[in-house]
Design a protein. Structure first.
Length: 202
């Protein structure tokens, strides 16, 4: 929503800062001194101005990258992903996700819902979520796939990956996911790993 120099919303088709001053300015000179009339008119117009201001906030309030709290929960209901995950994260972290992690999960779910089943598409979706990471995919040709992840992320994000919430998976295919939490070294080699797997029935 655009704003003027006073920080007030700019309404399409009306002069800034909104319908109230715009319509009050249209009152003829013979009535501009009528205090009661102007108050009555302003009181009625204020309802419309408040409504327009509210509607102008919808795009930002329900935009996935800026939504918070209840608005983010509503987007989750639309996408089909609850804020509370179905596993217990490590180190006693609550399974009810904070806004930042939940927003990342919702983005992953949207990408999963639009995935076309091709391996190459996994990299596209992954890089949009974790641009400073690496993802290696090895199809074993036996209904199992090895996935090596080079990633610096919180333990809850790692747990989401290991529990099958982030990387799209064809039904019946076993993913063996390996995470190097500290990222990859300059030579592209791995040093330390954290192991996890996602079962076909999960």
């Amino acid at each position: 929503m655009a704003t003027n120099t006073q920080g007030l919303p700019v309404f399409i088709g009306l002069s800034t800062p909104g319908p109230l001053p715009n319509y009050i300015s249209l009152i003829s000179s013979s009535y501009r001194g009528s205090t009661n009339f102007l108050r009555w008119l302003a009181g009625n117009l204020q309802l419309y101005q408040d409504g327009i201001a509210c509607l102008n906030q919808f795009d930002q309030a329900f935009y996935l990258l800026t939504a918070v709290g209840p608005q983010l929960d509503i987007l989750g209901a639309i996408v089909g992903q609850n804020r509370t995950v179905s596993f217990q994260p490590r180190f006693g972290i609550s399974p009810m996700l904070d806004d930042t992690t939940y927003r990342l999960l919702l983005r992953a779910v949207i990408q999963r819902n639009h995935w076309d089943g091709r391996t190459v598409s996994l990299w596209t979706g992954w890089n949009s979520l974790f641009p400073s990471s690496r993802l290696l995919i090895s199809d074993h040709q036996d209904m199992s796939v090895g996935i090596a992840v080079g990633l610096t992320a919180s333990t809850i994000v790692q747990d989401l990956i290991l529990n099958g919430y982030v990387i799209p998976r064809p039904q019946g295919v076993l993913y063996q996911i390996t995470i190097q939490a500290g990222g990859w070294n300059a030579s592209g080699e791995w040093n330390t790993f954290e192991y996890g797997s996602v079962n076909p029935g999960s």
